[in-house]
Design a protein around this ligand. Structure first.
Ligand SMILES: Nc1ncnc2c1ncn2[C@@H]1O[C@H](COP(=O)(O)OP(=O)(O)OP(=O)(O)O)[C@@H](O)[C@H]1O
Length: 206
């Protein structure tokens, strides 16, 4: 499978300048691609467009998987993980409801992710950022996920937790043949885990 953004151009309603211009990017199944660029250059904006978070009436170009539009009515095969997991979780739901709403996760994977059983009965505001991020990563790895976009996924976590989470994610992504885009300022991380690195400036055609 291939996720393709073709001739993408975008500017926010309130901004005068183009953030993205005639940009092309593709991610293939099983490939782990790094995306780097200066702060404010548009990496998060591009991530949101590829994951269908920005309505396409606001951008030019197209985003497709194997030449087909991504349906808005089904499970999104392109999952996006942000830096701040608390922003993507309903505070009125317990963790078990948040996790199982996405997919029927096996107990042994929950354990491998370092998620303690007692956390499942807690509310999102009763967990640390690192604990919550384990849930948001696991939630995104449903069997229906074909592409994963990690936007500064572990930036807020300590070094030990970062390594733990990345090891688990890379194992699962490789095992499930998921295509992945890793957005990070951490050059060492990108070098270590990515098959290829793309520089936003090089694919943006101002
Ligand atoms: N909702 C918004 N409305 C208007 N402008 C925005 C909005 N979100 C982001 N921007 C602007 O769009 C530009 C690109 O932002 P974006 O977050 O995509 O960059 P980034 O490369 O991910 O940055 P960073 O590495 O600092 O996270 C920035 O100049 C930012 O100020």
């Amino acid at each position: 499978m291939e996720l393709k953004g073709e001739n993408l151009s975008f500017k926010y309603d309130s901004s005068k300048r183009w953030i993205l211009k005639d940009l092309n990017i593709n991610i293939k199944s099983g490939e782990i691609k790094g995306l780097v660029g200066d702060s404010g250059s548009g990496k998060s904006t591009l991530s949101k467009i590829l994951a269908g978070y920005i309505d396409n009436k606001n951008f030019e170009g197209k985003v497709e998987i194997n030449g087909l539009n991504i349906s808005k009515n089904e499970y999104n095969p392109v999952q996006l993980i942000f830096q701040h997991p608390e922003q993507t979780m309903n505070p009125k739901w317990k963790m078990k409801d948040i996790l199982y709403e996405s997919w029927n996760v096996d107990e042994d994977i929950i354990e491998k992710f370092g998620i303690q059983k007692s956390w499942l009965n807690r509310w999102p505001n009763e967990l640390s950022g690192g604990e919550l991020q384990r849930f948001s990563v696991l939630r995104a790895l449903s069997p229906n996920t074909k592409f994963l976009i990690a936007d500064e996924m572990t930036t807020m976590l300590d070094a030990v937790t970062q390594v733990q989470i990345w090891n688990l994610v890379i194992d699962l992504v490789r095992m499930k043949n998921i295509g992945m885009l890793v957005v990070s300022h951490d050059k060492d991380l990108i070098k270590k885990i990515c098959d290829e690195v793309v520089y936003l400036d090089d694919i943006n055609n101002f």
